[in-house]
Structures are given as structure tokens and as C-alpha cells.
Design a binder for this molecule. Structure first.
Ligand SMILES: *[C@@H]1O[C@H](CO)[C@@H](O)[C@H](O)[C@H]1NC(C)=O
Ligand SMILES: *[C@@H]1O[C@H](CO)[C@@H](O)[C@H](O)[C@H]1NC(C)=O
Ligand SMILES: *[C@@H]1O[C@H](CO)[C@@H](O)[C@H](O)[C@H]1NC(C)=O
Ligand SMILES: *[C@@H]1O[C@H](CO)[C@@H](O)[C@H](O)[C@H]1NC(C)=O
Ligand SMILES: *[C@@H]1O[C@H](CO)[C@@H](O)[C@H](O)[C@H]1NC(C)=O
Ligand SMILES: *[C@@H]1O[C@H](CO)[C@@H](O)[C@H](O)[C@H]1NC(C)=O
Ligand SMILES: *[C@@H]1O[C@H](CO)[C@@H](O)[C@H](O)[C@H]1NC(C)=O
Ligand SMILES: *[C@@H]1O[C@H](CO)[C@@H](O)[C@H](O)[C@H]1NC(C)=O
Ligand SMILES: *[C@@H]1O[C@H](CO)[C@@H](O)[C@H](O)[C@H]1NC(C)=O
Length: 573
């Protein structure tokens, strides 16, 4: 009979002895040969020596479920290794501190746990998080709050907190050396709630796009898996954090700042038994901080990203753009200038963040400041409860570290008007002449229309008109012969479309009274922006006016197309 008991007892003994545990208690410390294994078997915590130095020991967390070389995601004592022969031990003290100690009495690493009483346990969760729990279950410390070089899914990476830099990742010194290297990444201390950079010591190394309020990314399909990765960015109550979540948690994904300074997004490819990179910064040499000189941008829309001059700029030095670009035509600030819209931009660094502005106010902020070179605007109200949902950025001086990609945002760049347009006195002479020419053109067009006498030729006519207007749109801002009025002038004439100047409103939009600098009074029709058919309406309007001109009603003096704005300037009766 007893022969049956012995193996059973032995088996029980064996299982309780060998069963990997995910917990560390006061009664059961972790020694050199032990490790904790998370409940689902994804991660392990224990002592390790990097391949290059088998005398140094570190406490770390690594993937337990994958073959091949150990991929370490967290290191406790990265700058204080212990020597192999000193019988190190990770233990919870009777006052619930988590302490790494050795036989020589050194404590290279410890988590002090004040006021939690006795009986705490440390548990390695299956997400790769080591948590210290007090007796009542409260988490008093977790490794996710103290990342080394890796962000794991479900970790709340605190980018900034109350306008201060939050967490940072610090790269390993070398491929096999977990000690703190020169590269790190963290929020920008000058605008911690808006941008994130990697640093080479204290120098910016690579800058990520300025946050534009997207709270949840559209989702990235991870290659060769059925899992979608979401990036959630939350900025509320002065707290800005980023979290990665996967639709399928069995997929392994991490974001790591590697020892070469590259911020890499990796997923585990189980077919190839290796990590596949699905995103990285820098991804091209010209993405390195300010490697394209001032006023030039790294163009990611090309197969091989390279530096390009901004519109209206030319290289300072032949074809070498590392010295940057210069204006083809200098802006005499305060004189005639206009803004052009550049889309898909990673907007420049060194911005001023002006709070609590609407898009119009942001534009005014820039156009009224003679040193302003560009502005960009985002309404971030979609990003949750924020005290100030607007993000008005303005730049003065040089524009540096710019990029262009399909995911960028609009940036409004100030350029000089062509030299003829600059002379506002000539506009006063040219304007009536031009209006007359336009009138003649319109009458001629109507003449053609009527001469042909066939309304069924509408299609041809439409093409003719479209051709005319697309040509005129090209001319706008370039050619003074088109009666295009500077948008800034209209703004000041109408006092920024102040309600006190509102004359009336119609189906096409509102009509304002405007007074130009010389005292000339006009009526400005501002076509409604959100009609969605602005350009068509604009064309119809001009056709209508052309028909009305000879009936001696109101005279069209000029027009203005500025981004989404379409404005008609009439005589004021
Ligand atoms: C590491 O261990 C190997 C044997 O496993 C030994 O040959 C080598 O000299 C050791 N290196 C160091 C730096 O101790
Ligand atoms: C903890 O243990 C030490 C000895 O290991 C003892 O001196 C100390 O009084 C204990 N503290 C508490 C709070 O029990
Ligand atoms: C748990 O205990 C800690 C102190 O050990 C205390 O601060 C915390 O409020 C307690 N939490 C709960 C839910 O009782
Ligand atoms: C980092 O900066 C140092 C100077 O502090 C420089 O020598 C080194 O080349 C830089 N590293 C890279 C990868 O640019
Ligand atoms: C996806 O799998 C195919 C073959 O299964 C492989 O050739 C390819 O490199 C994998 N792609 C990634 C990004 O892992
Ligand atoms: C461009 O100029 C920089 C110095 O400003 C120089 O280091 C670089 O080699 C030049 N590149 C080319 C392609 O000439
Ligand atoms: C934003 O500006 C408006 C007036 O333009 C003011 O009433 C409001 O209090 C401001 N809000 C904040 C958060 O500064
Ligand atoms: C931002 O957008 C919301 C709706 O999406 C709108 O209610 C709000 O007025 C906008 N704020 C500004 C400053 O444009
Ligand atoms: C113009 O902009 C510069 C820099 O952006 C700023 O220092 C200055 O105060 C601004 N001037 C006015 C009048 O707003």
C-alpha cells in the first residue's frame, strides 16, 4: 500500500516545488536561480546576465513565451549591477519594501513602501507589469510607472503632468549593456503637453509630430497577424498620457528606444521567430532633428525621403539643402503679404503656443505680428475635456525641422505678394480698370452665350467658365491684372468681419460694409464657408453679377479667394 503513496507524495512535492510562481512574498524571496512567471506565461522576472558580461547580474522582466535570445523589457538595477558570486536576493521586507540585496549587505535597488504595513506581495502580471500590492489589494508601486527603454501594450505612458515632463525612456548603452545610454525620449520641456522627442544626451535627436488632438488613432494592422493596434492619447486635467492597446492580446508588441537612438515599434512574427519592425523614428536620414536646413522639409511622400525647399523658397547653397532655403522674394512685413496653405506637414519646432483662439483669431495673431512667418491651428475639442481646446501655433524667425507626409496637418506660410501688388496706390488705379476689363470679359462671354443663342450649349459654356475661373485662380496672388484683393486688407477694412459692419445676409453668405485705408467704402460679400459648394456658388455668383452689371445695379470691384474664403467686393451704395 505504502508503495502507492510514495510516488504520489513525491509528485505533489515536485509540482509544488517546480510550479512557477508569479508572486513574491515576505516568506518567499527570489534567489539567483529562481524566477517569477506571469499567470499566462507571457513574461518572466528574474536575474539575468547580458551575453557580453557574465559577471554582472540584473533583475529584469523579459518575454517568457518566445524562443531565441532573451528580449528584456524592464531592468530594475540597470546602473547598479550585482556580481554573480554575491548570492543576490530579491525580497519583501517585513515593512513591505521590495529590496534587492546581496550577501555583502549591499542594496543596489529598492522600492520603499511607506505606510502600507506588513504583508505586501509583488506579482508579475501577464502584461509584463510587476506590481507591489499591500494587504488590502491597493497597488502601491508598479514597474509600468518606471519604464526603462520599452513601452508595452496597456501601459499608461505619462508624457506630461501639469506642464512638466512625465516619464522618459532611456536607451541601453549597447546591444548587451543595460546601463543608461546617451539616448532618451521624453516630452519637450518647453511644451510638454504638445510634443515628444528623442534626445542624444541633451540635444534633440528626432522630433515626433506635434500633437494635433487625435485621441485614438485609426488603428494599425500588424503585419501577418489579425490584430489591430490602437494608440490612445489622452490630455485632460493637465495629464497627458499615451496607451497602446491591441485588439488581440495574444500578439506581442512593444515600443522600444534602442541603443542606437531609434524609437522602434515591433511585433513578434511567430513564423519567422523574430521581431518585425512596423514603424520607427527616425525612418530616414532627413528625419534627424533639423537635418534639413531652415525653411526646408524632409519629404516623406517620396520613395527616398529627401530635403525640399518650402514653396516660395529656394536653396541657399546650390543643391545642398543642409544649409537651408531662403525666400525667393523678401517679405516686407507690414506690407502686402499673404498666406499659402501647405498640407500634410509635420509643423516646425520652436513654436509659440497661443491659447484660447479660434482659427480666425489665430490667423489674425500671425498676420498682425510683423515677425510671424507661419501659423497652424487645430481644434482639439475632440480630445476630451480640455480647458482650452484650441491649438494655435505661430512661428517667428527661421522654420526648422519640418516634414511632409500623408498624415500631416495644414500649415499656413506667409509669403510676399508679387512686387506689383505691393504698391497699394497702383491697386487703386488698377482696380477700376481691371473691374472694367472683367466687366467687358463678362459681357463678351454673355455676348458669346447669347450670340450662340442656344441654352443647350450650356455644357460648352460651363467649360468655358470653368476654364476662365481656373485660370483666374492661378492668376490670383501672382498677377495684378486680376482684381484680387488682399485678404488682410479685407480683414482690416471690415474690422475682421465685425458684426457691427454686417449689412445683411443671404443664401450665399453675409454682406459686410468695408472701409479701405483711403476711405473707400465697399460691400464685401463673404460666401458661407460651410455650404460645401463654395467654388460653384462663387462662379454662379460672378455669372449672375456679370448679367446684372449692365443693368446698372452694383459694380463688382474685385474678389478674393483665400483658402476656404471666397469674397466678392462690390461698390457700396
Ligand atoms: C563568460 O563565460 C564563459 C563560459 O561560459 C567564459 O568562457 C568567459 O570567459 C566568461 N566571460 C567573462 C567576461 O567572464
Ligand atoms: C523587521 O525585521 C527586523 C529583523 O529582520 C526587526 O528588527 C524589525 O523589528 C522588524 N520590523 C517589524 C515592523 O516587524
Ligand atoms: C489600503 O491600505 C492603504 C495603506 O496600507 C491605504 O492607504 C488605502 O487607502 C487602503 N485602501 C483601501 C481600499 O482600503
Ligand atoms: C550624439 O552626440 C554626440 C556628441 O554629444 C556625437 O558625437 C554623436 O555622434 C551623436 N550620436 C549620433 C548617433 O548622432
Ligand atoms: C509576413 O509573413 C511572410 C511569410 O509568412 C514573410 O515573408 C514576411 O516577411 C512577414 N512580414 C512581416 C512584417 O513579418
Ligand atoms: C552639404 O553641406 C554640409 C555643410 O554645410 C556638408 O557637411 C555636406 O557634406 C554637404 N553635402 C553635400 C551633398 O554636398
Ligand atoms: C477664452 O477667451 C474668451 C474670450 O475670447 C473668454 O471669455 C474665455 O474665458 C477664455 N477662456 C479661457 C480658458 O481662457
Ligand atoms: C471646435 O469644434 C467644436 C465642434 O467640433 C465646436 O463646437 C467648437 O466651437 C470649435 N471651437 C473652435 C475654437 O473652433
Ligand atoms: C510677435 O511675435 C513675437 C514672437 O512670436 C513675440 O515675441 C512678440 O511679442 C509678438 N508681438 C506682438 C505685438 O504680439
Amino acid at each position: 500500500m505504502s508503495t502507492h503513496y510514495i510516488p504520489i507524495f513525491f509528485l505533489l512535492f515536485l509540482t509544488s516545488f517546480c510550479k512557477p510562481d508569479d508572486q513574491l512574498t515576505h516568506a518567499k524571496p527570489l534567489t539567483h536561480s529562481d524566477k517569477l512567471i506571469s499567470k499566462g506565461g507571457s513574461f518572466a522576472l528574474g536575474f539575468f546576465s547580458p551575453a557580453s558580461s557574465n559577471t554582472s547580474l540584473y533583475i529584469g522582466i523579459w518575454y517568457h513565451s518566445i524562443p531565441g535570445p532573451r528580449t528584456v523589457v524592464w531592468v530594475a538595477n540597470r546602473d547598479n549591477p550585482i556580481t554573480v558570486h554575491s548570492s543576490p536576493m530579491l525580497a519583501i521586507t517585513n515593512s513591505s519594501d521590495l529590496v534587492l540585496s546581496d550577501s555583502e549587505g549591499r542594496t543596489p535597488w529598492a522600492v520603499k513602501n511607506t505606510n502600507t504595513g506588513a504583508g505586501a506581495t509583488a506579482v508579475l502580471l501577464d502584461e509584463g507589469n510587476l506590481v507591489l500590492r499591500s494587504l488590502n489589494g491597493t497597488i502601491t508601486w508598479q514597474s509600468f510607472d518606471h519604464p526603462t527603454d520599452t513601452v508595452l501594450p496597456n501601459m499608461r505612458f505619462l508624457v506630461s503632468y501639469k506642464e512638466k515632463v512625465g516619464m522618459q525612456l532611456v536607451a541601453w548603452k549597447g546591444p548587451d549593456d543595460p546601463s543608461s545610454g546617451d539616448f532618451s525620449c521624453s516630452a519637450d520641456p518647453t511644451s510638454p503637453d504638445l510634443q515628444f522627442l528623442t534626445w542624444n544626451k541633451t540635444e534633440p535627436y528626432c522630433r515626433l509630430s506635434v500633437w494635433s488632438g487625435t485621441s485614438v488613432s485609426g488603428g494599425t494592422y500588424l503585419a501577418n497577424t489579425s490584430s489591430v493596434l490602437y494608440q490612445t492619447a489622452v490630455n485632460s486635467g493637465g495629464e497627458f498620457y499615451v496607451t497602446y492597446t491591441l485588439s488581440d492580446n495574444s500578439i506581442l508588441m512593444r515600443m522600444t528606444l534602442d541603443y542606437t537612438g531609434k524609437l522602434k515599434y515591433l511585433s513578434w512574427n511567430s513564423h519567422a521567430s523574430s521581431w518585425a519592425i512596423f514603424g520607427e523614428h527616425p525612418s530616414a536620414p532627413c528625419e534627424l532633428y533639423a537635418s534639413c536646413g531652415p525653411f526646408s522639409y524632409c519629404d516623406f511622400t517620396q520613395v527616398t525621403p529627401a530635403c525640399q525647399c518650402l514653396d516660395g523658397f529656394e536653396p541657399v547653397d546650390g543643391t545642398n539643402l543642409s544649409k537651408g532655403c531662403q525666400r525667393k522674394q523678401a517679405v516686407k512685413y507690414g506690407k502686402q503679404s499673404h498666406f499659402i496653405t501647405l498640407s500634410g506637414m509635420k509643423v516646425p519646432d520652436k513654436f509659440f503656443h497661443i491659447r484660447n483662439r479660434s482659427l480666425d483669431e489665430c490667423m489674425v495673431e500671425c498676420s498682425h505680428n510683423c515677425s510671424c512667418a507661419a501659423y497652424a491651428y487645430t481644434n482639439m475639442s475632440s480630445a476630451g475635456a480640455m480647458a482650452d481646446p484650441s491649438r494655435c501655433l505661430v512661428w517667428s524667425g527661421e522654420l526648422i525641422d519640418i516634414g511632409k507626409s500623408t498624415t500631416g496637418e495644414n500649415m499656413y506660410l506667409r509669403l510676399a505678394d508679387s512686387s506689383v501688388n505691393k504698391k497699394s496706390s497702383s491697386v487703386q488705379i488698377v482696380l477700376p480698370i481691371v473691374a472694367f476689363l472683367l466687366l467687358l470679359t463678362c459681357i463678351a462671354l454673355i455676348g458669346v452665350y447669347k450670340y450662340r443663342g442656344k441654352w443647350r450649349k450650356k455644357e460648352n459654356q460651363k467649360k468655358l467658365m470653368l476654364g476662365y475661373f481656373s485660370a483666374s485662380k492661378e492668376l490670383e496672388g501672382e498677377n495684378p491684372e486680376f482684381p484680387s484683393v488682399n485678404f488682410q486688407d479685407i480683414l482690416s477694412a471690415t474690422n475682421f468681419f465685425d458684426d457691427s459692419n454686417l449689412l445683411g445676409r443671404g443664401g450665399f453668405g453675409k454682406v459686410y460694409k468695408g472701409t479701405f485705408e483711403g476711405g473707400d467704402e465697399v460691400a464685401v460679400k463673404r460666401l458661407s464657408q460651410n455650404s460645401g459648394q463654395g467654388t460653384v456658388e462663387f462662379k454662379n455668383e460672378v455669372v449672375l453679377i456679370a448679367k446684372l452689371q449692365h443693368k446698372n445695379l452694383v459694380r463688382l470691384l474685385g474678389c478674393c479667394i483665400h483658402e476656404d474664403e471666397k469674397l466678392l467686393i462690390y461698390e457700396y451704395l
